[in-house]
Design a protein around this ligand. Sequence first.
Ligand SMILES: NC(=O)c1ccc[n+]([C@@H]2O[C@H](COP(=O)([O-])OP(=O)(O)OC[C@H]3O[C@@H](n4cnc5c(N)ncnc54)[C@H](O)[C@@H]3O)[C@@H](O)[C@H]2O)c1
Length: 329
Amino acid sequence: MAILVTGAAGFIGMHVATALLARGEQVVGIDNLNDYYDPRLKQARLARLQTEPGFTFVAMDFADRAAVARLPEKFPDLDQILHLGAQAGVRFSIEQPFTYAESNLFGQLTMMELARSLKQGRHGCKSFVYASSSSVYGANRTLPYSIDQQTDQPVSFYGATKKAAEIMAQSYAHLYQIPSTGLRFFTVYGPWGRPDMSPWLFTSAIIEGRPIKVFNNGQMKRDFTYIDDIVSGTLAALDRPPTAAQSAPHKVYNLGNHEPVNLLDYIAVIERACQKKALLEMQPMQAGDVLETYADITDSCRDLDFQPSTSIEEGIPQFVDWYKSYFDV
Ligand SMILES: NC(=O)c1ccc[n+]([C@@H]2O[C@H](COP(=O)([O-])OP(=O)(O)OC[C@H]3O[C@@H](n4cnc5c(N)ncnc54)[C@H](O)[C@@H]3O)[C@@H](O)[C@H]2O)c1
């Protein structure tokens, strides 16, 4: 049997695919290697995966309906889907909303159609897991963010596409009984991370002696979640698909560290890992940003045995060490 992993050349996709291969799974990875950030980083992640037996890569756009429809014929053993590819990033969604509609809405539909087609095929569709985001909580002010809260007030178009993807999945789970799980990731970081996210931006600026932009004068908190904890939660979600509760086998979970950190404390941890002081440039709040993220993980602990265990004091040095060796600095 085989598992389709979308966004396999991405940060989370690469780590999850690596973990699946390590336990002996067959993985078909897809990615279009777009240039939202340096594609050489995506190629380097892919090169790591391609050394592993059991991995097959297809360069394609997962929003390409015709190409996706050909996958079951090309890979008849597919019976699970891990849809981790997306156009990510909150701020870019304000500049390029159509890119988000294409990858995150149309792309979600093509993956759901693939799940439907597998379901009707020889092996069925055992599990359809897709990435959502803490961004769906948008303007919510009640902390920690719980799955039971309403999430109909996104403050970025990115958040709106992720919420829409959850609603879309609900309809297909209901209509076709596809066991579906949405994972709301909370600020994921670690080795091979994303160049548009703060761990990378701050580390590179500190090492190069450039000032770092600190939004809302540092009065922000984030529930930073280490990649290994995210990988464990994602595999558990794949392995424990929901059964039909009420009308549809669909569950949504928060995957966050459950320990929000002040932005300035977090910068201090990066400074210690880099053994260098940061130059801080205080900036106002950015459009689309939220003041604090904090995950209530009651459901994910209970159903997925999700137990994030990596503090930023442990995780940030892992990222900084990787960054230094990747760039040889
Ligand atoms: N990293 C985080 O902190 C975080 C937080 C919340 C949610 N998420 C979600 O988790 C998932 C993975 O995020 P990531 O941090 O690994 O991002 P990433 O950008 O590193 O990975 C996404 C991958 O998807 C690929 N992709 C995008 N559109 C595509 C398309 N149309 N066809 C084929 N490939 C396409 C990209 O090339 C990229 O390699 C995304 O759905 C993202 O929205 C991430």
